[in-house]
Design a protein. Structure first.
Length: 259
């Protein structure tokens, strides 16, 4: 089957999507890509000014909700407001996350709790909240943003990598539990993508230039990822083109895991 430009721009014309962490980086790129493919999008995050800027760029098919998704009632409100505005929820992209650097001795209890609260608990709460709406819609697609470090470990990632490993296994469990309801659940596992989050990692290192060279060298394609490199896969997983895909883990990593 071949697709025209018009087809590609309407791949998601009948879809309503919730995107968390939508204010910047991968979340912003994915929200834009979903909207450009025809989806209506609920933009969720903590920094409302960034969400408002993105909503203005997208137009009338976007709505903004600033929320702390580690609180169950906030997850319920996000889903309720999405249904009230757009009539349904077909796609959930769980992208919000946090990264703290350190070994098990260096990571503080506060950093550990924050990592698992946002990277795992918030994802669980919003996934749980969206299931009734997806059942009512006849199915849906939940896309979890994990990481290559949810597959392989790494030095100084003693809280982040385990949290993303939990995301990978929660993805598989939800896929098994809800496949019979036509609710698909998949995980995207990016490597080092250039975002505000990863820029801070490089900036805070003892030798930022050397750190950047090392990160680039770890990827056979010879460059770091861009948020747009991830967005195309998100559109595919949100669309009916992936209707027989669930429980899968997709590295988007410039060859990082092949080394």
């Amino acid at each position: 089957m071949t697709y025209t430009v018009a087809d590609m721009e309407s791949r998601l014309h009948d879809k309503v999507a919730i995107v968390t962490g939508a204010g910047s980086g991968i979340g912003r790129a994915c929200a834009l890509a979903l909207a450009r493919a025809g989806a209506k999008v609920m933009l969720v995050g903590r920094r409302k000014p960034l969400l408002d800027d993105l909503a203005r760029e997208i137009g009338d098919s976007a709505m903004v909700h600033a929320a702390d998704l580690t609180v169950a009632r906030e997850a319920d409100r996000v889903v309720g407001q999405t249904v009230a505005r757009f009539g349904a929820v077909n796609v959930l992209l769980n992208n919000a996350g946090v990264l703290h650097i350190g070994t098990v001795e260096q990571v503080t209890e506060e950093q550990w709790d924050q990592t698992f609260n946002l990277n795992v608990r918030a994802l669980w709460l919003l996934s749980r909240a969206v299931l009734p709406a997806m059942r009512k819609a006849g199915g849906g697609s939940i896309i979890n943003m994990a990481s290559v470090l949810g597959i392989n470990g790494a030095r100084n990632r003693a809280s982040y990598a385990p949290s993303k490993g939990a995301v990978v296994l929660l993805t598989k469990c939800m896929a098994l539990d809800h496949g019979h309801e036509n609710i698909r659940v998949n995980a995207i596992c990016p490597s080092f993508v250039e975002t505000d989050l990863t820029a801070a990692v490089i900036r805070q290192s003892p030798n930022p230039e050397a750190t950047r060279r090392d990160r680039v060298a770890a990827h056979p394609l010879g460059r770091l990822g861009q948020p747009q490199d991830v967005a195309g896969l998100a559109v595919y997983l949100a669309s009916d083109e992936s209707s027989w895909v669930t429980g899968a883990t997709f590295p988007v990593d410039g060859g990082y895991l092949a080394v």
